[in-house]
Design a protein around this ligand. Structure first.
Ligand SMILES: [Cu+2]
Length: 118
């Protein structure tokens, strides 16, 4: 599976719990560091940082600080945070190494790159 999605919206407590449980169950011991969650802020119509490198198994959490709604949407359609209103966050867990370009579905000039290392 490419990604596991965990929403951290206020009303998604049950879903969040399920996502964390899934992470827990699939968390085979790794030789290196424990999986991390990396944060990307969406602010002033930019992803910050716009380029991020993570390890397979890590999660990325996007948080929208703008009044306008935004998404983080993979260019090739493999993953999507869905619409994030102001103050909302969504986290995705990346299992498959690769370089992923993404954009905001509402503002395609907003772009970012995520690199997942083995
Ligand atoms: Cu946007």
């Amino acid at each position: 599976m490419l990604v596991k999605r965990t929403y951290t919206r206020r009303r998604a407590g049950a879903l969040l719990g399920a996502g964390l449980a899934a992470l827990f169950l699939s968390g085979a011991p790794r030789a290196g560091d424990a999986p991390r969650t990396h944060k990307i802020d969406i602010q002033k119509f930019k992803f910050a940082p716009a380029a991020l490198t993570i390890k397979a198994g890590d999660s990325v959490e996007w948080t929208n600080h703008d009044i306008a709604p935004h998404t983080a949407t993979h260019e090739e359609g493999s993953w999507d945070t869905g619409t994030l209103s102001r103050g909302e966050s969504a986290a995705l867990t990346f299992e498959t190494p690769g370089t992923y370009s993404y954009f905001c579905a509402f503002h395609p000039q907003m772009t970012g790159t995520l690199t997942v290392e083995a």
